[in-house]
Design a protein around this ligand. Structure first.
Ligand code: NAP
Ligand code: MG
Length: 405
């Protein structure tokens, strides 16, 4: 069999990561990709050791490569905390790689559940997918913060050509405290809005957006206003033609409505809301292992990844030589998403077809009752069999071969 060729001038940016997902990464490549494709990738190792060794330059380089080539696939990575500092004897508590990459690319993260027969959502009314669009720039992810000691006073100071504006945040007269400064930019909010309106038109689904504008009358309200202005100026007619709706409400009302809905819409969330709500929606749709994620930059770069982390608990078992049953589907779909997008951009139909077949093979495997532990407890199929991490990928490969021959 002839392997599928890719354009060596347009490599996929391959961003490797940590722990169990790093183990899965290699398995996916060895079992399901390199036997079929002459993979052209530009490889960036974002494993924590390498980030420490390069003073995190490798993360910046991987984001710039994504800008340059337009399509990347990323493995989950550790965001170091105090415990990781010790575990890996790090020089510094490096920032979240995803945060760094998002800050460089700007853009919006879209998260969609992979729906399979037999895994019913925990919310019985949910019949259709809920896709979350997470703003990927600013707010607490670009925050500046510090501890304040008793007797100090915190002020907000804005300086510019017209002098200075000063606001008292809090006078810490008789107690210690904490303080945080956050920002966003009109440009980033506008590109977030455009990305959401366009994606809703692509999917032909309603778009919901929510903030806490009643409490945050400047910060949150600006998000609301920018969305509204852009909608009225550019999308109102297109939405009406497509028979879809733009709906704005308060975030707490949105959460209540989501729980009562039957799904089938794009839910645009501010950065923090999107972080939290996508985990809730993913869990309610089944498993974090079934949630895909793609960062779309305003310049048109795509970075595909799984929504879950490095699955540390499973990795420690793996290190002890114990068997693991870790779900590789979201990581696999990150690869298929990226290969398909590369194929679209390069008019490489064979590559697109391969990516679609690989997705079909993975879904068929689960729907035939063969699945990892996280799904076994959820599946309503009468006959199901739990397989380990590697066995699952071999089962997918057996089905993939059928499609290809
Ligand atoms: P996690 O890796 O997503 O795992 C949390 C738990 O969810 C796991 O222990 C497991 O539950 C379940 N789970 C998640 N993905 C699964 C999969 N593919 N298959 C089966 N079960 C799965 O989150 P975490 O433990 O909070 O974080 C671990 C590390 O990942 C941290 O260092 C964090 O910084 C990093 N992280 C990275 C990203 C990213 O790169 N995008 C995102 C989030 C977190 P059971 O143990 O009950 O089986
Ligand atoms: Mg999160």
């Amino acid at each position: 069999m002839q392997k599928i060729k890719m354009n060596p001038q347009k490599p996929l940016v391959e961003i490797d990561g940590d722990e169990m997902t790093r183990v899965i990464w290699k398995m996916i490549k060895d079992i399901l990709l390199t036997p079929y494709i002459e993979l052209e990738t530009e490889y960036y190792d974002l494993g924590l050791e390498k980030r420490d060794e390069t003073n995190d330059q490798i993360t910046v380089d991987s984001a710039n490569a994504t800008k340059k080539y337009g399509v990347a696939v990323k493995c989950a990575t550790i965001t170091p905390n105090a415990q990781r500092m010790e575990e890996y004897t790090l020089k510094e508590m490096w920032k979240s790689p995803n945060g760094t990459i998002r800050a460089i690319l700007d853009g919006t993260v879209f998260r969609a559940p992979i729906i399979v027969k037999g895994i019913e959502p925990l919310v019985p009314t949910w019949k259709k997918p809920i896709v979350i669009a997470r703003h990927a720039y600013g707010d607490i992810y670009k925050g500046v913060e510090d501890n304040v000691v008793k007797g100090e006073k915190a002020e907000l100071v804005i300086t510019g050509e017209n002098g200075e504006r000063r606001f008292l945040i809090h006078d810490f007269n008789n107690t210690d405290g904490i303080i945080q400064g956050v920002h966003n930019t009109a440009e980033s909010i506008a590109s977030f809005a455009h990305a959401c309106f366009r994606y809703a038109l692509d999917l032909k689904t309603d778009l919901w957006f929510a903030t806490k504008d009643t409490i945050s009358k400047k910060y949150h309200h600006t998000f609301k206003d920018i969305f509204e202005d852009i909608y009225n100026a550019e999308y109102d007619k297109k939405f009406k033609e497509a028979g879809i709706e733009y709906f704005y409400t308060l975030i707490d009302d949105a959460v209540a409505r989501v729980m009562r809905s039957d799904g089938g819409y794009l839910w645009a969330c501010m950065n923090y809301d999107g972080d939290v709500m996508s985990d809730m929606v993913a869990t309610a749709f089944g498993s974090l292992g079934m949630m895909t994620s793609v960062l779309v930059s305003p310049a048109g770069a795509y970075e595909y990844e799984a929504a879950h982390g490095t699955v540390t608990r499973h990795y420690y078992k793996h290190l002890k030589g114990e068997e693991t049953s870790t779900n590789s589907v979201a990581t696999l779909f990150a690869w298929t998403g990226a290969l398909n997008k590369r194929g679209e951009l390069d008019q490489n139909d064979e590559l697109c077809r391969f990516a679609k077949n690989l997705e079909k093979a993975a879904i068929e495997t689960i729907e035939s009752g063969i699945m990892t532990g996280d799904l076994v407890s959820l599946s309503t199929l009468p006959d199901k069999r739990k397989v380990n991490t590697g066995e699952f990928l071999l089962e997918v490969n057996a089905r993939l071969k059928k499609y290809i021959s």
